[in-house]
Ligand binder design. Structure first.
Ligand code: TYC
Length: 102
């Protein structure tokens, strides 16, 4: 006897946990040269903020040095960063925008 009775086990449970894709924070950094109005415009234009929201976040960045302006999938975050960096560069402002895994 080898202890193998030939019973074929049947898996009764299946995975119910669905893996969600990681999210990324998009951050705006302070600098000494980019005009406040330009940053407010960027936040309205690329992040759908109202003027009041945009002004508040801009002031937070101005005072604290950095702030999260949105949380997105990798592809959307990458696109936002590229659009903001391109827009700032075209207007010759040193504004920096980056992303980081949440
Ligand atoms: N510090 C800039 C100024 O005094 C304003 C500013 C705010 C720049 C936020 C960048 O992400 C920024 N003109």
């Amino acid at each position: 006897k080898d202890g193998d009775d030939g019973d074929v086990g049947v898996k009764l449970e299946t995975r119910t946990k669905t893996k969600r894709p990681p999210l990324y924070k998009v951050l705006i950094l302070n600098d000494d040269y980019t005009p406040m109005e330009f940053v407010v415009h960027v936040l309205e234009r690329f992040f759908g903020m109202t003027h009041a929201q945009a002004f508040e976040i801009m002031l937070t960045v101005h005072k604290k040095g950095i702030a999260v302006v949105g949380v997105f999938s990798h592809e959307i975050a990458e696109t936002k960063v590229a659009l903001v960096m391109d827009f700032a560069q075209r207007h010759q402002h040193p504004l920096q925008c980056t992303m980081e895994k949440e």
